[in-house]
Design a protein around this ligand. Structure first.
Ligand code: SF4
Length: 87
C-alpha cells in the first residue's frame, strides 16, 4: 500500500526556466545547469521530455504553490486514485 496520493507532471519541454517553482518549493524543484529549465528533484524523465513524481498528501501543498506560481502552467497535479487533474 503506497501513501502516494498525487502525481506531479512537469511538461518540461514547455518550461521557460523562470525559476518560480524552485523558489516556491525548493524541496521539490531545482534549476538545471544544463539547459536552464527546472527539474523535479528525483523525478523520472519520460521519453517525451516530461517529468513525473508521485508524492504523498503532505507534499501536495508545496507543489500546488509551485504549480500556481508557474506563469506558463506546465506543472500539473493529478489525483492518482481518481485520475483527476487537480491543476
Ligand atoms: S515555474 Fe514553470 S516555467 Fe518557471 S521554471 Fe518552474 S516549471 Fe518552468
Amino acid at each position: 500500500m503506497t501513501d502516494k496520493k498525487y502525481k506531479i507532471k512537469h511538461d518540461r519541454p514547455n518550461c521557460i526556466g523562470c525559476t518560480a517553482c524552485a523558489n516556491v518549493a525548493p524541496d521539490f524543484w531545482e534549476m538545471s545547469d544544463v539547459d536552464g529549465k527546472s527539474d523535479i528533484i528525483d523525478g523520472e524523465r519520460k521519453p517525451d521530455g516530461c517529468e513525473v513524481l508521485d508524492i504523498s498528501e503532505g507534499d501536495f501543498k508545496a507543489n500546488m504553490d509551485a504549480a500556481e506560481a508557474c506563469p506558463v502552467n506546465v506543472i500539473h497535479l493529478i489525483n492518482i486514485g481518481t485520475k483527476e487533474e487537480v491543476i
